[in-house]
Design a protein around this ligand. Structure first.
Ligand code: NDP
Ligand code: ZN
Length: 368
């Protein structure tokens, strides 16, 4: 057992506050990670506030986790003490279903689906009687904490050349945007539109550009037009009707990262025949799509959920090789509630990353 300190939401309308708990010692196939940094994904906010109606409290969010291996289980061979490693959204899956066998763990069709890094089994109304969950019990506690214990197969290697704080958001924002680009075959010369310029949008634009695409960023914020230009992309205001007319029928791929219910209908005419708009942002009901627009040019409206382990390692390595990464603002854990407000207001540029040293200091002070 290791004493851990995390920041947790106790219920759907609470601020995140310190929570002491214990991590189990690693089982034979697991490793223990001393956490250095954890990114702040908008999903953490949805989950902490029970916006998907499946949160188990207390909820310690965090699925963009980077740290060093602190100890390894007796049968674990893939990582050694001191290695710089990452954990994304999943810490296990059934490993037996067709999806898992095909290396698509994030689409695990086992009875409990994949095990999320926090809010593990995603089943409502099961609160741990002990509050000591680590893994495989009623709940899981994520990366807003001093340490984590994870099966070694679900631990990624952080390549040399990526700073740990920069690597963190790649574990969710990076792979969530890379995976659909890979699946739908985005390639050099394609015209790609990214809708919503936040944490996912920033990574999506950089990855698409590194793949050789021409990138457009659709935003509600005039200030972000300039930010788009700095990335070598073209910024378009979401209400610029002239631009929508000018670019009609010209896009090879569109990716929506908007976190709320929104209307896809204005974007569908932008696609070329046979092309796809993928929604990763709103995991929710969307406004009905006009199928005349879709069918008329055999277009597709699709969704995509995070990414598999191989793609996560691939995009970490790709970012190191192409020298790209998220724009980040490092914060101490004590500022997490203000950071949530900023993310909800679309004010983050473009990803907050928690320096877990601030949490370890709080832990040391409370022990003294
Ligand atoms: P951010 O808040 O960092 O970025 C979202 C951006 O969308 C904002 O910056 C803003 O950009 C735009 N936006 C926000 N609200 C609205 C609105 N009401 N209408 C139009 N545009 C809006 O969030 P993330 O990038 O971290 O995450 C985006 C979404 O993706 C979240 O809902 C998250 O849960 C989801 N997600 C899904 C995953 C999956 O597997 N499918 C994995 C990870 C995250 P602008 O200012 O440019 O308009
Ligand atoms: Zn995320």
């Amino acid at each position: 057992m290791t004493k851990a300190l995390g920041y947790a939401a106790k219920h759907s309308f609470s601020k995140l506050k310190p929570l002491e708990f214990e991590r189990d010692a690693p089982k034979p196939n697991e490793v223990e990670i001393d956490i250095l940094f954890c990114g702040v994904c908008h999903s953490d906010i949805h989950q902490a506030k029970n916006e998907w109606s499946n949160t188990v409290y207390p909820c310690v969010p965090g699925h963009e986790v980077v740290g060093r291996i602190a100890s390894v289980g007796s049968a674990a061979t893939k990582h050694k003490v001191g290695d710089l490693v990452g954990v994304g959204c999943m810490i296990d899956s059934c490993r037996e279903c067709e999806a898992c066998k095909a290396g698509e763990e994030n689409y695990c069709a086992g009875p409990n689906s994949w095990l999320a890094t926090y809010n593990g089994p995603m089943q409502p109304a099961k609160v741990s009687p002990t509050g000591t969950n680590t893994y495989g019990r009623d709940n899981t506690y994520g990366g807003y904490s001093t340490s984590i214990v994870v099966p070694e197969d679900f631990v990624l290697k952080i390549p040399a050349g990526l700073k740990p704080e920069v690597a963190a958001p790649i574990l969710c924002a990076g792979v969530t945007t890379y995976s659909p680009m890979k699946h739908w075959g985005v390639k050099a010369g394609d015209k790609v539109g990214i809708i919503g310029f936040g944490g996912l949008g920033d990574m999506a634009a950089k990855i698409a550009k590194a793949l050789g695409a021409e990138v457009f960023l659709f935003t509600r914020s005039e200030e972000k037009l300039e930010e788009a230009r700095k990335l070598g992309a073209t910024g378009v205001m979401e209400d610029d009707k002239d631009a929508f007319t000018e670019h009609k029928g010209s896009f090879d791929f569109l990716l929506s990262t908007i976190p709320e219910k929104h209307d896809l209908n204005p974007f569908i005419p932008l696609l070329k025949r046979d092309k796809t708009i993928v929604v990763v942002g709103a995991l929710d009901n969307l406004a009905p799509v006009n199928n005349m627009q879709v069918a008329g040019q055999r277009k597709s409206v699709a969704g995509s959920l995070i990414g598999n382990l191989a793609d996560t390692q691939e995009i970490l390595d790709f970012c190191a090789e192409h020298n790209i990464g998220p724009d980040i603002q490092i914060i101490p854990i004590q500022q997490i509630n203000d950071a949530y407000d900023m993310v909800e207001d679309g004010e983050v540029r473009f990803r907050y990353v928690i320096d877990i040293a601030s949490l370890k200091q709080e832990q040391a002070e409370s022990a003294a």
